[in-house]
Design a protein around this ligand. Structure first.
Ligand SMILES: C[S@@+](CC[C@H](N)C(=O)[O-])C[C@H]1O[C@@H](n2cnc3c(N)ncnc32)[C@H](O)[C@@H]1O
Length: 279
């Protein structure tokens, strides 16, 4: 593994490790409903074996365990130990003896070929330095006819909302120019054509792209700020120096206040699900 890649991975893992306590816990319905939808699209049957890569706190792992039942099996992997602790606590609480979560890299899951009936990957593939290598690996891990279901970036779909642009504009003046956000390479799965090409080149067939929108509700603009700390957006906020963080928060809240209705915000978040079958 190249040093740069390892640094990128460990910094992403560290961000999610710090986010784990509040990830999907701040009263915003997004990762939960999207995780359920991912499982629904995987059309899991009782007795099947499932790998959930980048399982986080189990938004899709727990419903997948319910779908395959005690005769099936679900293993979740994540790079952030605190996420693994949270999901294993949930597994124990639910008595889901056929499910487990362990530390593992979504780019190179360490299991035997032909081990799984389904692989699910919710909001993780765009963190990987080489998603194409990951897709090739998933193809080998799946049995013939096995399904891959993942959420991918949507570079070719216009956002239905101004909120990300408003927040971006408000944050820019507070970011440390000496440490600009790392430029991520072009995402080969970021367009519908790209997804279809990558999957076809790696032994998948029957590719379906399903675009949906989730109406995330926020009590007020401060609630939106708290939500940013609870997921990947935290990486950007953590790069703002301590003395600028308070003013940055005020700037985001003030900009969003002009957009709020009776204090509330509704952010229609677009999500793209991709479903494919291993030939
Ligand atoms: C946005 S969260 C999604 C979590 C979960 N799938 C969900 O839908 O709520 C992204 C997760 O991917 C994990 N992650 C990022 N890069 C990873 C990698 N290379 N291998 C495994 N997990 C990774 C993070 O630690 C984090 O838990």
């Amino acid at each position: 593994m190249a040093a740069e890649e390892s640094t990128g991975k460990s910094s992403i893992a560290a961000v999610f490790n710090r986010a784990a306590a509040v990830y999907d816990q701040v009263g915003v319905d997004f990762f939960g409903p999207a995780g359920l939808r991912l499982v629904e699209l995987a059309a899991l049957a009782p007795g099947e074996s499932v790998l959930d890569v980048g399982c986080g706190r189990g938004a899709s792992l727990v419903p997948a365990a319910a779908a395959v039942g005690a005769d099936g099996s679900v293993v979740g992997i994540d790079l952030a130990p605190a996420m693994i602790d949270k999901v294993n606590a949930k597994i124990a609480e639910g008595g889901l003896r056929h499910a487990r979560a362990e530390i593992g890299d979504a780019e190179s899951p360490n299991y035997s070929d032909d081990s799984f009936d389904a692989i699910i990957a919710g909001f993780v593939i765009f963190f990987l330095s080489d998603p194409v290598v990951a897709v090739a690996k998933y193809s080998r891990l799946l049995r013939p006819g096995g399904r891959l279901v993942m959420t991918v970036r949507l570079s070719d779909r216009r956002e239905d909302t101004e909120i990300p642009r408003i927040v971006n504009d408000a944050l820019l003046p507070y970011e440390n120019e000496a440490r600009p956000a790392p430029k991520r390479p072009r995402d080969p799965l970021g367009t519908r054509d790209g997804v279809e090409e990558v999957l076809a080149n790696n032994g998948f067939t029957g590719v379906r792209v399903v675009d949906e929108t989730y109406q995330a509700r926020f009590d007020d603009p401060a609630h939106y700020w708290r939500w940013m700390w609870s997921h990947g957006a935290r990486e950007r906020l953590e790069k703002i120096s301590a003395d600028r963080l308070g003013p940055a928060r005020e700037a985001v809240i003030s900009a969003l206040s002009k957009f709020a209705r009776d204090k509330q915000l509704i952010y229609p978040i677009p999500a793209r699900f991709v479903v494919a079958e291993r030939a």
